[in-house]
Each structure stands twice: as C-alpha cells, then as structure tokens.
Write a protein that binds this ligand. Structure first.
Ligand SMILES: Cc1cc2nc3c(=O)[nH]c(=O)nc-3n(C[C@H](O)[C@H](O)[C@H](O)COP(=O)(O)OP(=O)(O)OC[C@H]3O[C@@H](n4cnc5c(N)ncnc54)[C@H](O)[C@@H]3O)c2cc1C
Length: 404
C-alpha cells in the first residue's frame, strides 16, 4: 500500500497531455497525482481548436464540437485563392477549454488525484524513486514517485531538470476569438506570405456552422518564426490585409490566444523514472502546429509503458525507452517529415510561394489535395503531390542538398 505522499506516477501539467496520460495510467489502478500550476483546467487558452475527428477515437466528444469544416481556402501572398473542398468533414472546431475539462474530469473519474494551483518547483532522482517539491499557496510539499511524467508544455521544466533536450524549433502564435467574421463557415481560411506570417501561416477558423447577418464567430490568428511580441504585431496587421482585413471589419475580440509551439520531436523523451509527453516532447505536427491529436496518441503509449514498468517494478531508462520507441514508430517519422517540410517552407520567398500556387491551381491537382490531404498525416499528400507535380521538387532542392 502506497504511503500518503508516495505515488506510482506524478504528472506535472494538467493540459491535454497530462490529463489523458493520467487517465490512461489510472485506468490500470495505479496511484496518480496530476499537478497543475493554474487554478483552472484549460485556461489560459493556447489553441485555435482545429483538430481531426480522430481525437475522438481516444476521448469522447462530450458536446465539444462547435463546427465541422470540409476544406480550406488558401491565399497566396498576392491574394490568389485555392479552394480545397473535400465535400465531407475533414476537421472539426472544438471548444478547447470544454474538451480539456472533460478529459480532466475523466482522469479524475479514473482515479487521478488533481492538485490545482500547485507548481512543481524541483525534482531529483534518488537512485530508486524521484522526489518532487511542490508549492501550493505558500506551502511547500515533498513527495516521492516511482515515475515522474513531464506534461508541462513547451518550456518543460521536467525536461530541464533531467537534462533532456528541447524540441529543435520554436514558433510563436497569437490570435483571438472574434465575434463576427465574414467567412464561409464550411471552410478554414489560410493566408500565406512573409509579410503576413513569416515562415508559417495565418488562419481564420469559423467557430460555428451558422452565420448571423453574414458573419460567424471565428478564431483568427497566426504563428510565425519570431517572438510573441512580433506575432502580436503581425496579428494586428491582419486587420489591414487586403483580403482578410475587410472580412474582419465587424469583428470584436472575445478572448486572446497566445503561446509558443514546439516543432520537431525531442531526440530523447525518457530517462530513469522520467518520461516527457505532449509539447514537452515536441509531439506537435510541424506543418500545422497542431498538438492535440499527437499528444493524446503519445499519452496512450506513455501510459502503456508506465503500466508495464510499474507492474514489473522496473522504472529504469532501459525500460522506459520502449515509450520513446513506440511513439517514434507510430508518429515520429511523420513528425520528422513534417519538420523537413517546414524547413523547406521556411526557405521559400513570396515569389516562390506564388510559383507553387500556380503549379497547384489545376483542377485535377486540387482534387488530389482534397482526397489525400490530412492534417494529421501530411506526408501522404506530399508523396502523391511530388509524384504528380515533379516541378514542386525544385523548391525542396536547397534543403535536400543539406543532407549530402
Ligand atoms: C496559438 C496556438 C494555436 C494552436 N492551435 C492548435 C490547433 O488548432 N489544433 C491543435 O491540435 N493544436 C493547436 N495548438 C497546439 C496545442 O495547443 C498544444 O500542442 C497542446 O495544447 C499541448 O498540450 P500539452 O498538455 O502538451 O501542453 P500545455 O497545454 O502547454 O499544458 C502544459 C500544462 O503544464 C502546466 N505546467 C507547466 N509547468 C508546470 C509546473 N512546474 N508545475 C505545474 N504545472 C505546470 C501548465 O500550466 C499547462 O497547463 C496551438 C498552439 C498555440 C500556441
């Protein structure tokens, strides 16, 4: 029987990675504590909430779907439009705060203890277990755990305490939930260009299927390869963008959304008694910045290995390495591929983006994109596209050369 201050697993971070890992471990009857420094789950909001319905393979919808989108309207730097219409649901827009809370409620129901307003200050491996120092209010507690799981986001302190490397790249995101935006609620809009969102893209995501007086609530924002301060400035420039700007005239901000997004998997997500999951491990798709699906997927792998380690009483790096292998086998290749694509994209000038647009604007190519496009697995589409439009390879050449 575990003592009061002893846990099988302590999870630092009550975001989507922490709650789902906690739920999956607790379902195997282990004693799990989740510590979250904020007093509320899901806040502050750091997500545009666009995901594929695949996330519901792991966690139930629980009324969190706000809208379903069937494709994207993509705008080049000069304003050319490509409409990718799958004519069926390709992605869903979720109430991200609601979804996080519903996942945490399930973790608690599965038996996790949740401590809100509790910040992990330090952790130390003592050769057998890990001792963790936690501050709650003005009190500091110490506890022992067999496994420490860092689900503590992009700036992972757990990773730092145990000398695990950070994800290779970081971009900044800034946006807002706006009251009334003049866009088609069936499509996400994507805006490209080095003056719009350097090295990434900006988005307008309709939050509801219903327009009222021609407008719809939407999440509008961007991510760029720059500081949050710059992302904030680029966000304000969206209001004078020649195409997006007029669509925002009647909008008012309801809440702001800001945060950093890690790109690329960490080289090692485990050490003795410790595993990293979610943003902390770079489990984010570098082509879209989406991390909800990948975090939940990897949480499943993390929990499976945690359960095995706890059952056989082996919490060593050698045993936990299976977690790293499992998620890398499952999604690692896709994430590495995504990082390569991102690096190709980073090197493109606006005139090259226009060239790319022209190559893709043919009807048969657009239909190919609609059929094979999948924001969780973009490599499927790129393989097909490079075969069908070999001229696209010229953009990848400078990067491919760096391999040799
Ligand atoms: C602007 C923006 C838009 C995005 N849009 C999308 C999108 O549309 N679709 C999508 O799939 N993904 C999107 N993402 C990415 C997605 O939000 C993240 O990948 C995902 O939320 C990561 O979850 P996580 O649990 O790993 O980390 P986080 O959500 O960052 O959770 C980490 C938690 O750990 C807590 N914590 C940290 N340190 C400590 C400590 N020492 N003690 C206690 N608690 C601690 C933090 O308070 C936090 O709650 C977006 C990200 C940004 C920034």
């Amino acid at each position: 029987m575990a003592k009061v201050n002893e846990y099988d697993a302590v999870i630092v971070g009550g975001g989507i990675a922490g709650s789902t890992t906690g739920k999956f471990i607790a379902e195997h009857d282990h004693k799990v504590l989740i510590v979250e420094e904020h007093r509320e789950v899901g806040k502050p909001l750091q997500c545009a909430g666009l995901v594929t319905p695949r996330i519901f393979d792991f966690m139930p919808e629980n009324g969190c779907v706000l809208n379903r989108v069937r494709g994207a309207k993509v705008y080049s730097p000069s304003g050319k439009e490509l409409v990718i219409d799958a004519k069926k649901t390709k992605a869903v827009v979720i109430d991200r705060v609601g979804f996080d809370r519903s996942c945490m409620a399930m973790a608690v129901r599965a038996g996790c203890e949740l401590s809100l307003g509790a910040k992990a200050l330090a952790a130390k491996y003592d050769g057998n277990t890990v001792s963790v120092k936690i501050m709650k209010g003005n009190k500091i507690f110490s506890m022992n755990t067999k496994l420490l799981i860092g689900a503590d986001g992009v700036q992972s302190r757990v990773g730092r305490w145990f000398n695990l490397k950070r994800p290779p790249l970081l971009i900044s995101g800034f946006g807002a939930e706006l009251s009334g935006v003049n866009i088609d609620p069936r499509f996400v809009e994507i805006y490209l260009g080095n003056d719009v969102a350097p090295n990434f893209f900006s988005w307008a995501i309709p939050k509801s299927p219903n327009t009222v007086d021609g407008v719809v609530p939407a999440r509008v924002g961007l991510a760029c390869d720059s500081s949050t301060h710059c992302a904030f400035q680029y966000y304000h420039q969206l209001f004078s963008h020649p195409i997006l700007g007029p669509k925002l005239i009647r909008s008012k901000p309801i809440q702001y959304i800001a945060g950093a997004i890690p790109l690329g998997p960490v080289p090692k997500s485990y050490t003795n008694n410790v595993m990293l999951v979610g943003d902390a491990a770079g489990q984010v798709k570098p082509t879209s910045g989406g991390g909800v699906y990948t975090s939940i997927l990897c949480a499943k792998h993390c929990a499976k290995v945690a359960d095995h380690a706890l059952q056989i009483k082996d919490h060593s790096a050698k045993c936990l390495k299976e977690y790293h292998k499992a998620w890398m086998n499952d999604i690692g290749v896709e994430l590495k591929h995504g990082l390569r694509l991102h690096k190709v994209y980073m090197h493109l000038k606006d005139n090259q983006l226009e060239d790319g647009f022209n190559l893709l604007s043919e009807k048969s190519i657009l239909s190919l994109i609609s059929t094979h496009g999948d924001i969780d697995f973009p490599s499927k589409l790129t393989t097909v596209l490079f075969k069908k439009v070999p001229a696209l390879l010229k953009f990848a050449r400078p990067y491919l050369r760096s391999f040799f």
